[in-house]
Design a protein around this ligand. Structure first.
Ligand SMILES: Cc1cc2nc3c(=O)[nH]c(=O)nc-3n(C[C@H](O)[C@H](O)[C@H](O)COP(=O)(O)OP(=O)(O)OC[C@H]3O[C@@H](n4cnc5c(N)ncnc54)[C@H](O)[C@@H]3O)c2cc1C
Length: 405
């Protein structure tokens, strides 16, 4: 019996999983000189490969595509991935927040395990092979590359998103999808730093813990509590990355982002604290008194927004000025310019419309034998290993599906 010729475009996280499970005469086409270039830089070189939690805890971390992902994640949940990695020579460990890393803390070990699984499945790997166009004539896919044409019966698109282009993900899959009549939802940076209109150069490197950041647009309010930091042009860090994914569909220019430096204190409690400090340090300049409450670098911003002179002695601060200071400490506001440079977003949100894809098999509902997996799909999740797990689960689903008639 003639084997189906299965082509996979993209040797990243999702493509390698497809290549490990596909059945038939399987060929993986990767434009880079090696597989898994993006995996190498994940988790700051340690690769947060998945999140070891139950499905009901996993799903709320998917920003877009929660329902779509249920089927493939149920078939290939985090423990199954960890077992698969172990079978291919890599032991993993679970850290804070259920984040899973290789025991070695080396992302290269994850790439080795995936490459070994691809080889075990007998998949041919063509490196330095860039796909430039794809057509379907009768029942065959004609895939044109810089290394000549390939002909396949089934084709899996695993080309990734549109950020960190140097790793190979240059958005080619979106063009392929559109050429086949698929809808591609707007491509936006997600899990990204946010640039501000305010000059925050003097705050660069300032890292804050236990703060709450709120974004308001119209009557919608989105807040997150935790850690953040200032960059030369704006803000970044865990809660900002999360917020960026939650707000990237809004028109952000000029919208307000506010920081509450004392989220654990009710306004009256903070006012009592300020009052007490002003009595205790009555002869000190306001700036110096505030240094007991706030990071030094942020004080000029608090003073400017509350319109209080920092050189005033604490005992001459009026009640109105104290209220203004308390309000600003809980609501220091900045104007958003945009989500930072899309190329430096950790992932891309938007992609091939999920309505047009079978969630069990990842097969296109428009073109028989065509599959989309990984970040090229309109699926994006928060940090914590969720994005790689989605790539692996969709990749495996399509790989398995190539074996069915
Ligand atoms: C800095 C950074 C850190 C991250 N850290 C984590 C983390 O710790 N945990 C986590 O869960 N997620 C993390 N992510 C996200 C995660 O890496 C991606 O979600 C995941 O790699 C997506 O897998 P993919 O297979 O869809 O795409 P990719 O891994 O990007 O693979 C796509 C592949 O397709 C190839 N390709 C593209 N076009 C063509 C073409 N025309 N011809 C041939 N080949 C082509 C590319 O060269 C590439 O190898 C991180 C991302 C970044 C940028």
């Amino acid at each position: 019996m003639k084997l189906d010729r299965v082509g996979i475009i993209g040797g990243g996280a999702s493509g390698m999983l497809s290549a490990s499970f596909a059945t038939g005469d399987v060929t993986l086409l990767e434009k880079n000189e090696k597989l898994g270039k993006k995996i190498y830089i994940t988790g700051k070189g340690r690769c947060n490969v998945t999140n070891n939690c139950a499905l009901y805890e996993f799903l709320p971390n998917i920003v877009n595509g929660e329902k779509f992902m249920m089927s493939s994640l149920s078939a290939f949940p985090p423990p199954a991935l960890m077992e698969f990695l172990a079978e291919n020579g890599v032991r993993t460990k679970t850290e804070r927040g259920n984040r899973v890393f290789p025991v070695s803390d080396k992302s290269s070990d994850i790439i080795s395990a995936l490459s070994s699984a691809v080889n075990k499945n007998g998949c041919k790997v063509c490196l330095n092979t860039e796909v430039t166009s794809v057509k379907k004539i009768d029942n065959e896919f004609i895939v044109t590359t810089n290394n000549g044409d390939f002909i396949f019966d089934k084709l899996i698109i695993a080309t990734g998103g549109n950020s960190y282009k140097a790793t190979g993900s240059t958005g080619d899959g979106y063009t392929i999808a559109k050429n086949f009549g698929h809808t591609v939802t707007p491509i936006l940076p997600a899990l990204s730093a946010i640039d501000l209109m305010d000059d925050v150069k003097s705050l660069e490197g300032l890292s804050l813990k236990n703060v709450s950041v709120t974004f308001k647009v119209g009557n919608k309010t989105i807040s997150r509590f935790g850690e953040m930091l200032f960059t030369d042009k704006g803000v970044s860090g865990p809660i900002i990355l999360t917020l960026s994914s939650l707000i990237n569909k809004y028109n952000l220019k000029g919208e307000k982002l506010t920081i509450d430096f004392k989220p654990a204190l009710a306004p009256e409690t903070l006012d009592a604290r300020l009052s007490g400090d002003f009595v205790e340090f009555h002869n000190k300049d306001l700036t110096n008194v505030l240094a007991g409450l706030l990071p030094k670098a942020i004080i000029p911003y608090v003073l400017a927004q509350s319109r209080v002179n920092g050189h005033k002695k604490a005992n001459s601060i009026t009640k109105e000025e104290r209220f203004a200071l308390g309000f600003t400490i809980k609501n220091l506001s900045f104007k958003i310019r945009s989500i930072a440079d899309p190329n430096h977003a950790i992932i891309t949100s938007g992609g091939v419309s999920l309505k047009e894809i079978n969630p069990k098999t990842m097969e296109s509902k428009i073109i028989k034998g065509l599959y989309f997996v990984g970040e090229v799909l309109d699926v994006d999740a928060l940090t914590g290993g969720f994005n790689l797990q989605c790539a692996f689960a969709t990749g495996k689903a399509a790989g398995i599906a190539t074996g069915s008639i």
